[in-house]
Design a protein around this ligand. Structure first.
Ligand SMILES: CCCCC/C=C\C/C=C\CC/C=C/CC(=O)SCCNC(=O)CCNC(=O)[C@H](O)C(C)(C)COP(=O)(O)OP(=O)(O)OC[C@H]1O[C@@H](n2cnc3c(N)ncnc32)[C@H](O)[C@@H]1OP(=O)(O)O
Length: 281
């Protein structure tokens, strides 16, 4: 839970330390298997794949390129041994300029929409923790395979954030209304095993190798199917939700701006950032 913080100077130290953490190589790497036509998309923003404005722009660009390349399937994963994606870059929420905050939120909406509406089949290979925005990325995929001993969930309320309607709906479609309602309100983080039990993930794997094997198995189920029939059906199932999000997107952005610019939220966020640092001591 969030605590109030008395000393804003501690927050500045945290900001500097996190901003100095650089990724090596491109923010998103893609490996294409020319035999199968499957692309592995590797989220590559060290140390925890937190979603900054620029990182989300790269993800969107990558999906656009994959659509143009007519791939047969996508596996979304991380090079880390511990973290799939740690959610939004929390620094994007620390005293942001309103313009940047609006752009961040717009990019998050677009990242969700782009991944949710791909014509090709998608698998999330969740080889590490996936809180908040990390769970969002996994939920956009058609199928989720998670390695054991990690956690996943929409823990936004624990951070003082409301879960937007379009994300609530995605969760509802995946785990059912009752589980989604309780999980979103409480901000529950599920262990891999619990996530399997409620249907938040479809399969577990002992390690990344096994998860990759299972991911290819899922994609192989479409090998002899007309890509047109497959994608048309998927888009008929999903397009309305994307259109609904787009129709309400300005209200959604206004709500987030109000939420994040609020001084109580900023105080709570400072305490949360400090608690992340303290965990390491
Ligand atoms: C901008 C507008 C936002 C408005 C939002 C409004 C509504 C949103 C509602 C729903 C939509 C979806 C959006 C959700 C919001 C979010 O995603 S908020 C982020 C939530 N994520 C977390 O709370 C995760 C926090 N991190 C952890 O729990 C752990 O780091 C981990 C992921 C479990 C990994 O643990 P591990 O021990 O391996 O690593 P460390 O903890 O040592 O972390 C390494 C390093 O990375 C920094 N870091 C961790 N998480 C983040 C992050 N999300 N953003 C930026 N940086 C992060 C951490 O501080 C360490 O840094 P160092 O001390 O400098 O080494």
């Amino acid at each position: 839970m969030l605590r109030k913080i008395a000393n804003p100077a501690r927050l500045l130290t945290f900001q500097r330390t996190m901003a100095s953490t650089a990724s090596t190589g491109p923010l998103v790497r893609t490996e294409l298997d020319s035999q199968t036509g499957y692309a592995t998309v590797i989220l590559n923003r060290a140390p925890v794949n937190s979603l900054s404005l620029e990182f989300m722009a790269e993800i969107i660009k990558t999906v656009d390129e994959l659509e143009r390349s007519k791939i047969r399937g996508m596996i979304l994963t991380s090079p880390s041994s511990k973290v799939f994606c740690a959610g939004l870059d929390v620094l994007e929420m620390v005293n942001p300029s309103e313009d940047r905050l609006r752009s961040v939120w717009r990019n998050l909406q677009d990242t969700w929409a782009k991944l949710y509406g791909t014509s090709f089949p998608t698998v999330a290979l969740i080889n590490g923790h996936a809180p908040a925005g990390g769970c969002l990325l996994a939920l956009t995929c058609e199928y989720r395979i998670m390695c054991s001993n990690f956690s996943i969930g929409l823990n936004e309320t624990q951070l003082g954030l409301a879960v937007p309607p379009w994300l609530q709906k995605t969760m509802r479609n995946t785990v059912g209304s009752r589980e989604a309602e309780i999980a979103c309100i409480k901000g529950t983080m599920f262990s891999s095993e619990e996530a399997l039990k409620i249907g938040l993930v479809d399969e577990l794997a002992a390690d990344k190798g096994e998860a990759m094997h299972k991911a290819c198995n899922y994609l192989d189920t479409f090998k002899n199917m007309s890509p047109y029939a497959r994608s048309a059906t998927k888009l008929l199932l999903r397009n309305k939700k994307i259109e609904d999000m787009k129709r309400a997107r300005e209200d959604d952005i206004d709500r987030v701006v109000k939420n994040v610019m609020n001084s109580d939220f900023q105080a709570g966020l400072a305490a949360y950032l400090q608690s992340l640092k303290d965990r390491k001591k």
